[in-house]
Design a protein around this ligand. Sequence first.
Ligand SMILES: Nc1ncnc2c1ncn2[C@@H]1O[C@H](COP(=O)(O)OP(=O)(O)OP(=O)(O)O)[C@@H](O)[C@H]1O
Ligand SMILES: [Mg+2]
Length: 315
Amino acid sequence: MKLEIWTEKYRPTKLDDVVNQTHVVSRLKAWVKKGSIPHMLFAGPAGVGKTTLALALAQEIFGENWKKNFQETNASDERGINVVRGRIKDFARIKSIGADFKIVFLDESDALTKEAQQALRRTIEKFSGSCRFILSCNYSNKIIDPIQSRMSVFRFKRISEKDVGVYVDRIAKGEGLTVDADAKKAICDISEGDLRQATNLLQSCSTFGKITKESIYDASSQSKPEDIKNMINNAINGNFPDARKQLYELLIIQGLSGEDVIKGIHRELYSLSLPDEKKINLVEQIGEFEYRLNQGGSPEIQLEALLAQFMKYGK
Ligand SMILES: Nc1ncnc2c1ncn2[C@@H]1O[C@H](COP(=O)(O)OP(=O)(O)OP(=O)(O)O)[C@@H](O)[C@H]1O
Ligand SMILES: [Mg+2]
């Protein structure tokens, strides 16, 4: 059996197969029709289609020869901006094939220092005649204005629950998997609109054939919402021994990390039947205890102490 990575296997090669991000897709399609594109900045969270759209765009514009006219470089390459500039220069020097420009795609542009970005700006200017630049980043406010003002800026959104469902169905059909509604909901909740994570979750459960909510949560190293909810409710209702027992079950038997548990608690907080004022106090506590965990506090002690806060505010 060939080992295939589903994030590559199911990465769309056509703009039409990209889910969501319609505000970006429609403008890219118009440019493909015209046969020319501007420099672009793709900003947004991980796994929502920035690289995918750049690749699909190149394939539609250049057709068969797209690989010769497209270069993907990681801007945060540890060997530094000079290596990046050298690579771009070598690439730009060779004539493009069947088109009058090439595309340079720079991933993680926001990891560059201000000085490196200035150098990049000069590179962009120098090669504008023969190259279009597409910069990808998580935070556009980390990109200096002189670069932003030379680019069409696109903001990518997290993928909606409905569209995560569409994508999961596409993979399930391709792989002959059964994914029930609860499992789909679990994938949406865990991935939070990140399709790379959604795809990886599916692949890691795929040996089960029939995919359930349980298998998804097992594979994700995340706590099941109802386990967390039961634990918190026990604390709120003053049943501390049971809350504590459930905490140990999560940490020791399910093997979750303290950070996983606290993230789960935070996720459930707003659905508890408590007055808003108490929730505000509790979110402050969650912040404090998360900080202590990050500073190396023991998960058992810190989370027990957090549960004690839930008991205090519950009463
Ligand atoms: N809008 C989308 N439509 C279809 N597939 C998508 C979409 N967004 C992400 N994916 C899928 O998720 C995976 C990761 O997507 P991609 O590489 O485009 O993410 P990215 O936005 O560039 O993330 P990062 O910021 O981490 O580089 C790929 O397998 C891709 O097929
Ligand atoms: Mg990417």
